[in-house]
Design a protein around this ligand. Structure first.
Ligand code: CP
Length: 305
């Protein structure tokens, strides 16, 4: 594969290869010297047209741990502000001999458009409400790490499904690996097509928690909402906010995930987010190893780890 634009084109064997490679890189990043020379001939541009903390730092660290040369581009401080187009921006960056582009953009399909028009490898770091493939890979990797396997597990994705790019990539990745999927949230935040993807739909968060082995909790993505989908954040918290007490009332210990950023006290209380059931910071740690694996494999994976 030349690009990573979404999860759908990946086979189960591809995902397992990414996980096995990430296992090796996880060992590398826990050594005193966390660097390998695998991508020392490669230059990578991180082109972010939207805000990011985790994904951007995680990709940059992954690239540096692989000894790639790295340039960072932020639309807010660039000539995009003077009217330069996406294609012109990226073609100018590539003219400086860049091999791979990691891109986040608010428009659905922006990395797919780029992949058709430029010769570099393109990695989708989140395109609008569409997909966030490396997040889904690190999420599935983290479940595999915590529970031993993904196959047969029940995964509930809870929150703003409608405006989430994590939800769709998670559904594709977890289903490929043999998990059962449920989405849960207010009906106004669940897309009508979602049932056609073979997922259960639930509006009662307590039923979703009782059903699942893993709850992947999503934030309300107000920045992508043009109209009001629920009366207030206070009311959302009352009906859908997950607390440690709710977790303790279950007859089993479930795993709690969140892709970040968390809106503490809205979708997840602090005592739930910081509980031993939460693997939120494990997800972040695993993100570096999984992204190292993706970059290494897309670059050809021949130089030896
Ligand atoms: N999970 C995630 O994409 O976080 P950022 O928006 O901080 O990159």
């Amino acid at each position: 594969m030349k690009h990573l634009l979404g999860i759908k084109p990946l086979s189960v064997a591809d995902i397992e290869l990414i996980f096995q490679t990430a296992d090796e890189f996880k060992e590398v990043i826990n050594r005193p010297i966390k660097k390998v020379p695998s991508l020392r001939d490669i230059t990578i541009a991180n082109v972010f047209f939207e805000n990011s903390t985790r994904t951007r730092i995680s990709f940059e660290l992954a690239e540096k741990r692989l000894s790639a040369d790295v340039v960072n581009f932020s639309a807010s401080s660039s000539s995009v502000k003077k009217g330069e187009t996406l294609l012109d921006t990226v073609q100018n960056i590539l003219a400086m001999k860049v091999d791979m582009v990691v891109m986040r953009h608010s428009s659905v399909g922006a990395p797919h458009f780029l992949a058709k028009h430029v010769p570099a490898n393109i990695i989708n770091a989140g395109d609008g409400t569409h997909e966030h493939p490396t997040q889904a890979l690190l999420d599935a990797y983290s479940v595999r790490e915590r529970l031993g396997e993904v196959g047969g597990k029940r995964i509930a994705i809870i929150g703003d499904i409608m405006h989430s790019r994590v939800a769709l990539s998670n559904i594709f990745a977890f289903q490929k690996l043999g998990a059962e999927l449920m989405v849960c949230g207010p009906t106004t935040l669940i897309p009508k097509y979602i049932g056609s993807l073979g997922v259960r739909v639930e509006t009662d968060v307590r039923k979703a928690l009782a059903w699942c082995d893993v709850a992947n909790v999503l934030r309300i993505q107000l920045e992508r909402q043009q109209i009001k989908y629920f009366p207030s954040l206070r009311e959302y918290r009352l009906y859908y906010g997950i607390t440690k007490k709710m977790l303790e009332q279950l007859d089993k210990e479930i795993v709690v995930m969140h892709p970040g950023p968390i809106n503490r006290g809205v979708e997840l209380s602090s005592d739930a987010a910081d509980s031993s059931q939460a693997i939120i910071l494990d997800q972040v740690e695993n993100g570096v190893a999984v992204r190292m694996a993706v970059l290494y494999l897309l670059a050809g994976g021949r130089s030896g780890i």
